[in-house]
Design a protein around this ligand. Structure first.
Ligand code: 6PG
Length: 262
């Protein structure tokens, strides 16, 4: 069973701000973590469908979410009317969509191709026969066309790198040092290959109704300590939804250095 844990005595002082609507759950291992994440996904999806007849979600890349995506494609294959689900990507590596490094390719392999999700409901970044800059502008245009003026995702999933990056917002990068009013940014010279990427910005992420970080493994413990116990200098620490709910789903390995109490 997940246990609710709060930073000891910090009563949710998250990076200097008292968090109101947020949760931190620590799960025993990465399998239980994926199960808890799937539960959150389905709950938020059902609430979104009930309130506005659609569910918009931005998926994260990397390895951590793959167990979640496989669960959604199997145990939860029939849990939703997928025709009302719309899938975007919080970041993308600037490689062709058929290359294994592509976040779209990974999600398509383990989830999107295995559920009754119409092709038109999936919004991959354009990464062939286009420049990264134009791909970023095109994605922003698609977001505005789909959402209208207010771009508020029902759910944005995020991962966390060992250096505290999230999406493709890396330490020392312009969008982290000086967050812009853009919604999507080109990222060059990313320290995690591939070097050229496209990423949601803090502005877009922090507008979301729900943001869930999915973090597993002891390699992330140091970044989590920076975020929860200060000084909050890593990129993921700047994710602070303006009105939305922030949920951190961690496994015990990732949470090992946090002062938590049950
Ligand atoms: C990417 C991801 C990235 C990822 C973290 C954690 O495109 O690489 O969006 O932000 O979430 O690097 O990756 P792991 O889950 O593989 O540790």
């Amino acid at each position: 069973m997940p246990h609710y844990l709060q930073p000891k005595g910090l009563s949710w002082i998250y990076n200097g701000n008292t968090m109101t609507s947020s949760e931190l759950l620590v799960l025993k291992d990465s399998n239980l973590l994926a199960q808890e994440a799937a539960k959150h996904f389905i709950e938020i999806a059902k609430a979104s469908l009930a309130s506005h007849q659609r569910f918009t979600v931005a998926l994260s890349g990397g390895s951590t979410p793959q167990k979640l995506y496989k669960l959604l494609a199997s145990d939860y294959k029939h849990a939703l009317d997928w025709s009302k689900v719309f899938v975007f990507f919080g970041d993308e590596r600037f490689v062709p969509p058929y290359e294994s490094e592509s976040n779209y390719a990974m999600a398509d392999e383990v989830l999107l191709s295995r559920i009754d999700l119409p092709e038109d409901n999936i919004f991959p970044f354009a990464t062939i026969d286009i420049s990264p800059e134009d791909a970023g502008h095109l994605y922003e245009k698609e977001l505005k066309k789909f959402f209208g003026d207010q771009i508020v995702f029902d759910l944005i999933f995020l991962g966390l790198g060992e250096d505290g990056h999230t999406a493709s917002l890396f330490p020392g990068h312009p969008e982290v040092v000086n967050p812009s009013a853009s919604l999507v940014k080109v990222v060059e010279k990313a320290p995690k290959a591939p070097a050229t990427r496209l990423s949601f910005t803090y502005k877009l992420i922090n507008q979301a109704q729900n943001v869930i970080f999915l973090v597993a493994g002891q390699g992330k413990a140091k970044a989590l300590k920076n975020i929860f116990e200060g000084p909050g200098t890593v990129p993921a620490a700047l994710v602070k939804p303006e009105k939305g709910k922030l949920v951190w789903l961690l496994d015990e390995e990732a949470a090992k250095d946090l002062k938590l109490e049950t």
